[in-house]
Write a new protein. Structure first.
Length: 144
């Protein structure tokens, strides 16, 4: 537990990686070491409001991230995410933002609750895949 609390970079991501490693038998690897093995992260329509806590974490040593935003998101604020990305980039984060102007929240999810008003759009999901593919192809090779 003390190792998890001492993490300087992206503590929630590292704790999640640590829990995943423990679940797969690699429980002895420190969370910071697991995080070091992550070459990049894709953030799909993340919550970027005041309570998200991202600004309280050091991002300078974090892996590059791509934030995919929907210009018509009815659940999270796209302008909040753009502002957050700008602030974090100013603090040393490597965050790219790709906005799909006509996309709503969950545009890429085919499976939804029958109560959901969100609409799956295969074309928009294809555009998001292209953005993710370009981002991933630009990441450094493992071990560099």
């Amino acid at each position: 537990m003390a190792q998890e609390e001492a993490l300087p970079v992206l503590p929630r991501l590292a704790r999640g990686a640590h829990r995943l490693a423990r679940a797969h038998g690699d429980w002895q690897t420190p969370p910071a070491e697991l995080l070091a093995g992550i070459r990049g992260a894709v953030l799909l329509y993340p919550y970027c409001g005041a309570l998200n806590g991202a600004a309280r974490t050091g991002w300078a040593a974090a892996p590059p991230a791509l934030m995919i935003l929907g210009g018509q998101d009815s659940i999270v604020s796209t302008p909040d995410c753009r502002r957050m990305a700008e602030r974090l980039t100013g603090q040393g984060a490597r965050i790219s933002v790709a906005e799909i102007p006509e996309a709503d929240h969950g545009f890429d999810q085919r499976e939804k609750s029958f109560l959901s008003s969100l609409v799956f759009d295969a074309g928009l999901r294809g555009r998001a895949r292209e953005e993710v593919g370009a981002f991933l192809s630009g990441l450094p090779a493992p071990g560099r």
